[in-house]
Design a binder for this molecule. Sequence first.
Ligand code: FAD
Length: 473
Amino acid sequence: MTNEAKTTQVAVVGAGPGGYAAAFMAADLGLQVTLIDLDPNPGGTCLYRGCIPSKALLHVAKVIADARDAEHYGITFAAPAINIDKLRQSVNAVIGKLTGGLGQLCKARKIQFIQGRANFEDSSTLKITKDSGEAEILRYRYAILAAGSRPAILEKFLLDSPRVLNSTTALRMDNIPDTLLVVGAGYIGLELGSVYATLGTKVTVVEMAPTILPGADPDLVSPLARRIEPLIHKIILNAKVTDMKEAKNGIKVTMEAPGLELRNQVFDKVLICVGRKPNSSGLGLMNTKVTVDDHGFVIVDKQRRTADPNIFAIGDIVGNPMLAHKASHEGRVAAEVIAGRKVVFAPRAIPAVVFTDPEIAWCGLTETQAAREGRAIKVARFPWQASGRAMTLDRPEGMTKLIADPDTDVVLGVGIVGTGAGELISEGVLAIEMGAVASDIHLTIHPHPTLGETIMESAEIIFGSSTHVYRKK
Ligand code: FAD
């Protein structure tokens, strides 16, 4: 049944970090806002089945690893006893608190939140269908499309088996399998693979590319590759899964790599982490003027306006990098544009963080990208063996590097591998956004002993004299 049409100034479809940030901004700017999502509260992939549950689990993995590493100081603990039900409950409690809090923030801002599936009827009308089957019509002046993305599947092996997981089902932690094959060594595969491996699963990772984390600078990846070697049972590179069958005792997988064929390897579970696809189908976009590219990403301009003048789009649905903080910033820009502000989404740097142990983080120009573009750069690397703080933490494997323009010393990129890299990278992002030169960083007094000093010292290396690194003239 469809009730009489409601109206709103701004309808936001999807309440992930893009959608709720857009809705909150629009409401703060005095607009009347309706926010629609399938889940009972705002949060989206990030809070319900992405960033937050994965980071809670990675924290647990880090606690276990740190306890194990304490042996270095002569302190030993008993092997961990894992209560999987309690673990699951505590992660769910975090999700509940955060999403509930966002629900409260919606109410405080007088945003109308509707739980249901939105479908575009035309360029100014949405039909929202609730779980009960009841539908309502919402007419809007502007819409912000923030429907996000979903895990990509291996089309050839559409195995409808509870033994085949994606990131969403893997995060549910139904049990700790004895063996797990992770297909794809991108950041999600490695983060989830590390969690399961630390909890006791024998994890194998298979990756088509010649390296884990394809696309990241190799010098940032090497310390991670070395550290996870004893944790992950096997990493098979340059390899493709060519067959997957359900068997009585697991999933039988055949993998092929140059000169190698691994036939019928049996795993308790297989976790597919081969990327994410935009949720642009099934939204009725054909009833609007919105256009999508060959990969299904919605095409937008710098203000995040689609080809339909009434509709904006933000977040994962508009393309890479598919990251929560990018989505939020785009959302706020779209809301500001709707409110009449002259703003564009034009970041100089969007940070990327891989929350493995050690973490890897980078922002701005990477060495890989500079090489691809044939761009001249100056690179300074500060090894963490020379950092007092890294030594006190017994984590000297890290490295901080600064990429600068060879003529002007303007900071173009920062890359960090090491414990806490994700917290450290923001200084690099700020430097790039502010157009800082390397001397701005090296003349900024950093507190001692901290890992932040490694950024200052990498800037000192640009000028040939770092206190803790001696280089022969
Ligand atoms: P989403 O968060 O995907 O939200 C879209 C929302 O739209 C969803 O709630 C969906 O239910 C809703 N929706 C879809 N269709 C409709 C419809 N027709 N009607 C109504 N509602 C609809 N990013 C980071 O920055 N850092 C991390 O550490 C990180 N870790 C991740 C770990 C995992 C395991 C995964 C899967 C992702 C991770 N990400 C991380 C990526 C991050 O979650 C996404 O980039 C981010 O959530 C995108 O935000 P969004 O608002 O564009 O869309």
